[in-house]
Design a protein around this ligand. Structure first.
Ligand code: GCO
Length: 462
């Protein structure tokens, strides 16, 4: 095994999310989420599946947490399902059975010496709120702030790390613009930006409410994702170009607010729209004028930029990036390595992306997601051999260790994901887990990468 050097106190973790793993979609008072509803539409999920059963984690959580502990995993990032706590999102009273489930999960983590990290919103919006305007309604923002405060108050005696929202960028783009994710809307560019604005406000108003409600001081952040570039060489011109292109004022970056979303919610900065105008013009609807759109963009971003409560960490979901330099983007050669989801394998992004993001936002970092999908299967010997995942993780973690050596304060790494799970509109074919799930039997089979990760963690502790 290639030796990978990490600090002794580095936190080795893993991650999952409520809708992707829990199942028990209507158990113990849980209300419907937009994903419960969305999956029922024909043709939206590649294998016509849904999360009604998923990994039966609602019943099997202790087995999975025990597997984590056996691997030496010290932290576990999971999300709370909002409609388990408030079935309609804004019910007068909390659903006690919903809280009790997460009490069991958290107490189990602590019993096994695993630090629980809670994500408040990993996409499963209560359907009832969505029916009443969803993120386009100020009421949803208020309901989120109340939900966030209740969760923080109830669990902060045992949980220190809380993330408000997972990937606001992807929620916006895939749920409300492309329509590939729940609720499957295809809004205009401006309405899409209003969704992102609402998520920025929900995040920003929730943070102080959480700190007021907490029983002890807590650490709050959120998980960001988006375009990252890495330099085609280590000469200064290429490094500078890759950094600039990561945060460029492009339509993609502004409207779907890739990591540049952090400019507003962390640094309190709004981008320069003049440079953006030509790209916006191409997207204008007949009744929109460029001035109207540009003014709207300015209003939204300026409002977002006033909403930037201090955070304690920045979560980064990093999967891949683009090679760039003074001469622009480097075209990927024919047959460039890809994952089963056809995502490019670009380990250098783990080094340079974390450095660029720390330079700009000056927050300690958790890698809250990294991993790859494979079409894993059970071999004739009854094991799941996933050499591709071991190679991928070795390459990405070697690059991450380079960034840490350069002084980037990366506190920990959460492998996405612990078990195979429901990969959104791709269904169950895409397997990201260290542990294989045989869905017909719900049997768990640790893959070769699980044992590799266990050895890596043990080596790092020496
Ligand atoms: C995301 C989500 C995860 C995905 C994972 C693989 O980043 O899209 O946080 O829920 O399952 O990233 O796509």
């Amino acid at each position: 095994m290639k030796h990978i050097n990490f600090p002794k106190d580095f936190i080795w973790g893993t991650a999952s999310s409520s809708y992707q793993t829990e199942g028990a979609y209507n158990r113990d008072g849980k209300g419907a989420s937009i994903w419960d509803t969305f999956c029922q539409k024909s043709g939206v999920i590649a294998d016509s599946s849904d999360g009604t059963l998923a990994c039966c984690y609602y019943d099997n959580y202790e087995e999975d947490i025990r597997f984590m502990a056996d691997a030496g995993i010290r932290a576990y990032r999971f999300s709370v399902s909002w409609p388990r706590i408030f079935p309609n999102g804004d019910d007068p009273a909390v659903n006690p059975l919903g809280l009790a489930f997460y009490d069991r999960v958290i107490d189990c983590c602590i019993r096994y010496g695993i630090q629980p990290h809670i994500t408040l919103f990993h996409w499963d919006l209560p359907q009832s709120l969505s029916d009443r305007g969803g993120w386009l309604s100020a009421h949803t923002i208020e309901a989120f702030v109340r939900y966030a405060a209740v969760i923080c108050e109830h669990f902060s005696d045992r949980v220190t790390y809380f993330s408000t929202i997972n990937e606001p960028q992807i929620i916006t783009k895939m749920g409300y613009y492309d329509g590939l994710h729940a609720p499957g809307y295809r809004l205009s560019m401006l309405e899409t930006l209003d969704i992102l604005h609402a998520l920025a406000k929900a995040h920003a108003l929730a943070v102080p409410a959480m700190r007021r409600a907490a029983k002890k001081p807590v650490k709050i952040g959120f998980s960001s994702t988006g375009n990252l570039c890495y330099p085609c060489s280590e000469n200064e011109a290429d490094i500078c170009a890759a950094r600039t292109m990561t945060f460029a004022n492009t339509k993609e970056n502004i409207l779907f607010c890739h990591h540049i979303f952090c400019d507003a919610v962390i640094n309190g900065l709004a981008p320069d729209f003049e440079a953006l105008a030509p790209e916006i013009t191409a997207d204008l609807k007949s009744d929109d004028t460029l001035n109207f759109v540009t003014q709207h963009l300015k209003n939204v971003w300026n409002d977002c930029s006033e909403l930037n409560p201090p955070l304690d960490f920045l979560g980064l979901n990093i999967y891949n990036g683009r090679k760039a330099g003074a001469d622009g983007f480097t075209k990927r050669y024919a047959g460039f390595p890809k994952t089963a989801l056809k995502w490019p394998v670009t380990p250098e992004v783990m080094n340079w992306g974390t450095r660029f993001l720390y330079e700009r936002y000056h927050l300690p970092i958790f890698i809250t997601e990294n991993g790859l999908s494979c079409n894993d299967h059970i071999f004739l010997d009854g094991k799941v051999h996933d050499a591709e995942r071991i190679d991928f993780l070795t390459r990405y973690l070697l690059q991450l260790s380079e960034s840490i050596k350069e002084g980037t304060p990366v506190m920990g790494y959460f492998h996405w994901s612990f078990t195979d799970n429901f990969e959104w509109h791709s269904g169950y074919d895409e397997r990201f887990g260290l542990v294989y799930i045989d869905y017909p039997t719900q049997k768990r089979i640790p893959k070769d990468s699980y044992y590799w990760y266990r050895n890596l963690i043990a080596d790092s502790a020496e």
